[in-house]
Write a new protein. Structure first.
Length: 288
């Protein structure tokens, strides 16, 4: 499934969900965590169960961000939402791969109850929201069979470590959060899962979003979280290969295929080696 753009939608807002469906996002993340007040979580679960079971056609996958394991709400969330139509769940505030393994067992049981094939429901983990999580990022490789992507977050971690801000005066991340971002990128790459960059909070600044997404894609991220429908088009464009990039990647792949076993090859006066071939294959796979 494509995961270039993942748009957050409060699970208790029918109005925002209706608007999000036509945003062009690859995935909608219906949120049961931070955007839903404690006294509305039961209502939100009921609404979600109906939305997930709907047979209306979709050109996007449906995900649910459940509440963190330490809240005591996760099982109630999963019981309500694991049913045919659910693409996956987002797990916040994970401490490491052991949390994903634990939730995987829960999903086994709920899928069986719902008549779903084992492994249908995939997982995206927000892997950097607790201090201990930073020391466990390597635990995600090799990846759990359900793990589809990893992403990172700054707000919850900042509240725990007591950082006054996560941004510099120029709008870039502070050194602490640049490390967090990079470590998540490395961990997702080691696990060979999609690498999803965190949200861009200033949704009324499209130029800033585009600049940030271009830098993100160049660093190696494969998609991004959106918090407003207006951000989706920019994210999709920035995380899709251009026609020129795709054509060149196909040339590189084709050139190596015509000479199997060779380690380097020249194309238009430029030398390409195996790392270039791997990148070209990634570009082609992302497009197809």
């Amino acid at each position: 499934m494509k995961l270039r753009s993942m748009l957050f939608v409060p699970a208790d807002s029918e109005r925002k969900f209706a608007k999000a469906q036509n945003s062009g996002a690859d995935a909608l993340i219906l949120d049961l965590e931070d955007s839903v007040a404690p006294d509305r979580k039961t209502l939100a679960r009921d609404m979600l169960a109906e939305l997930i079971s709907s047979e209306a056609p979709r050109d996007w996958s449906l995900w649910v961000r459940v509440n963190a394991l330490d809240t005591g709400l996760t099982l109630d969330d999963l019981s309500a939402v694991v049913r045919p139509g659910l693409g996956g769940i987002m797990v916040p505030k994970a401490n490491g791969a052991s949390d994903i393994e634990r939730i995987g067992y829960y999903l086994d049981a709920f899928e069986t109850r719902s008549g779903m094939a084992r492994g249908t429901v995939k997982i995206i983990v927000v892997a950097t929201e607790t201090p201990i999580a930073m020391f466990n990022l390597g635990s995600y490789a090799p990846a759990h069979e359900r793990l589809a992507a990893m992403t990172w977050g700054a707000e919850d971690l900042g509240a725990v470590i007591g950082s006054a801000t996560n941004k510099q005066s120029d709008g870039d991340w502070t050194q602490t959060y640049r490390i967090v971002r990079s470590m998540c990128l490395f961990a997702a790459s080691a696990a060979d899962v999609a690498r999803i960059d965190t949200l861009y909070a200033d949704f009324k600044n499209p130029a800033g979003l585009e600049e940030s997404c271009r830098a993100s894609q160049q660093d190696g991220f494969t998609g991004r979280i959106a918090i407003h429908p207006d951000q989706v088009e920019t994210i999709n464009r920035c995380f899709s290969p251009s026609a020129d990039d795709l054509a060149q990647a196909r040339r590189v792949v084709a050139a190596f295929e015509t000479q199997p076993g060779i380690g380097t090859i020249g194309i238009d006066g430029k030398m390409y080696d195996i790392p270039h071939l791997k990148l070209a294959r990634r570009i082609v796979a992302a497009a197809e």
